[in-house]
Design a protein around this ligand. Structure first.
Ligand code: 13P
Ligand code: SF4
Length: 332
């Protein structure tokens, strides 16, 4: 198989690697496979990655499953096709292993919108609160947290805190508010949002439902309340994937990043998946611009050059690992 869909003139800025040097005749799948075997590397990929990256990965999953997989791997090298906070979590769990990322610039608006120093200052207002942070945050924020959660286990993590203990939840206010409303536990919320999930349009989804009356709406809890209110099922990416397999419905409007539709089509063949539309005229605004920075070509180059390699400041490693390990323990 030859190169598929790559932008050959593109440059991975932080890795200073020109993609134009790749031989267009090269079988990237075979090369990636050969290199991962010779390096004893494991390729972990999130459901929002391009289909071809999901297809070559050793493991594809949601944030929780990827953290669990990173915690358990016996590979010598971890190659993380996802966004920065996910690879950072893998590094925190494996401080002695190299963690390579196809594009170091693949960030996350939730993590970027909650800088460590500002979060630390904000927490001074809540000295007697237990701090639960969504995994979509920096190592600095994790190091200031008591417990980490993902969208898969957030309700369970919140429920693990004694009922009379006050809680602050960061950085996603939509997920936080959804938890407050569904499990009836009050929490102070950091005002962060996901730039992708917050622009799904309730109005356009309702219009789509007119044309597809049988379609069920499924949504990630990072969406706004108005979208969650019209959803037939709300859950993490893995929960949405399970739902479309188990539900008798044949048509689904998917209010999360459309990369997941690759897995839905594989796991529930014959069913129809319609990406939920975003507000405004932009067709591709429901794609995560960070996740989509990774390409098969950059994955090939990062294995070939063994860079970019992700590092986490030594002084953060132990403090950031504690609340992640607490989450992994409570999720067993
Ligand atoms: P999941 O943990 O549900 O895969 O979500 C990750 C994410 O970044 C959602 O935008
Ligand atoms: Fe972050 Fe949103 Fe992209 Fe997920 S979809 S990685 S929360 S910006």
């Amino acid at each position: 198989m030859g190169i598929g869909g790559g932008k050959l003139s593109e440059t991975a800025t932080s890795g200073v690697m020109s993609l134009s040097g790749i031989d267009p005749e090269l079988d990237l799948f075979a090369e990636i496979d050969r290199m991962r075997r010779s390096m004893n590397a494991v390729i972990l990929a999130h459901f929002y990655q391009e289909g071809e990256i999901q297809d070559i990965a050793d493991f594809v999953g949601d944030s929780l499953a990827l953290a669990q997989s990173a915690a358990e791997t016996d590979a010598d090298v971890i190659v993380f096709a996802g966004v920065h906070f996910m690879a950072e979590t893998a590094k925190i769990l494996n401080p002695d292993k190299p963690v390579l990322v196809p594009d170091m610039d693949a960030g996350c608006s939730l993590a970027d919108g909650c800088p460590g120093p500002a979060f630390k200052k904000w927490l001074e207002n809540y000295p007697d609160h237990f701090v639960i942070s969504y995994i979509n945050c920096s190592a600095e924020v994790k190091a200031l947290s008591d417990l980490i959660c993902t969208s898969s286990n957030a309700a369970k993590m919140v429920a693990s805190v004694p009922p009379d203990q006050k809680i602050v939840f960061a950085p996603d206010r939509h997920l936080g508010r959804w938890l407050v409303e569904t499990i009836g536990r009050d929490m102070v919320l950091w005002p962060g949002t996901c730039q992708v999930h917050e622009i799904f349009s309730e109005k356009k989804i309702v219009q789509l439902k007119v044309r597809h009356p049988e379609a069920k709406v499924i949504a990630h809890p990072e969406c706004e309340r108005s979208v969650l209110a019209i959803a037939d099922h709300v859950g993490s990416t893995s929960s949405l994937l399970n739902f479309v397999q188990e539900d008798e419905g044949q048509e689904f409007i998917v209010a999360t990043e459309p990369g997941i539709i690759h897995q839905m089509e594989r796991k529930a063949p014959g069913k129809t998946f319609i990406p939920a539309p975003a507000r405004g005229a932009c067709e591709a605004c429901n794609e995560c611009p960070h996740m989509k920075l990774n390409t098969l070509e950059k994955l090939y180059l990062c294995l070939k050059n063994k860079r970019p390699e992700l590092h986490v400041a030594e002084e953060l490693l132990d403090r950031a690992r504690l609340p992640i390990e607490r989450m992994l323990e409570l999720s067993r």
